[in-house]
Design a protein around this ligand. Structure first.
Ligand SMILES: Cc1cc2nc3c(=O)[nH]c(=O)nc-3n(C[C@H](O)[C@H](O)[C@H](O)COP(=O)(O)O)c2cc1C
Length: 177
């Protein structure tokens, strides 16, 4: 079987989930050069890593709007059997990285997309470290932005994200084999 196609799909307002996009009105930086993914194009991929910035412990309305445009794919089962992992940003500890991931489960489930967690095994030391404040959990990599958005992913958070990318690929590729 050929190598699976994985899309990293982000929505980012202040540039923490993507280190970009924006609305000047919301005091966010200019748009980056990321290609836009139309909901219908989700069918072109076998797996996804969704990057989500938390809003009130949940995914943003924009993420919901994206998925609300996939009714045709839902009805036809077009995304059934695909796989997805998540990575999330919040302003602070306890800000909702885990609740955002849990909220996303319903959308994945209704489409029949299998959720692939990071889990503890590949990043136990990094996830359980209390030496410094950091984002990320067994639900997926994460970053903390601070309330004013001034913080960007730390080396530890990037290490966890790298581990998630590697292990996610290994799992997706093993299913395709
Ligand atoms: C309307 C709104 C609600 C937010 N709610 C939360 C929240 O519940 N918990 C939290 O830690 N951060 C919250 N934040 C901060 C965002 O999570 C943070 O700005 C975001 O993760 C940055 O990601 P981005 O730069 O990729 O857009 C909120 C931000 C906005 C604008």
């Amino acid at each position: 079987m050929s190598a699976p196609k994985v899309a990293i799909v982000i929505y980012s307002m202040y540039g923490h989930v993507a280190k970009h996009e924006i609305l000047a009105k919301m005091h966010a930086p200019p748009k980056g050069d990321y290609p836009l993914l139309a909901p219908v194009d989700l069918v072109k991929f076998d797996a996804f890593l969704f990057g989500i910035p938390t809003r009130y412990g949940n995914f943003p309305a924009q993420w919901k709007t994206f998925w609300d445009a996939t009714g045709g794919l839902w009805a036809s089962g077009g995304l059934w059997g695909k796989q997805a992992g998540l990575f999330i940003s919040t302003s602070g500890l306890g800000g909702g990285q885990e609740s955002t991931a849990i909220a996303a489960m319903s959308t994945l489930t209704h489409h029949g997309i299998s959720y692939v967690p990071l889990g503890y095994k590949p990043a136990f030391g990094q996830l359980s470290s209390l030496d410094e404040a950091h984002g990320g959990s067994p639900w997926g990599a994460g970053t903390l932005t601070k309330a004013d958005g001034s913080r960007f992913p730390s080396p530890l958070e990037l290490e966890i994200a790298t581990i998630q990318g590697k292990t996610f690929w290994e799992r997706v590729a093993s299913k395709a084999a």
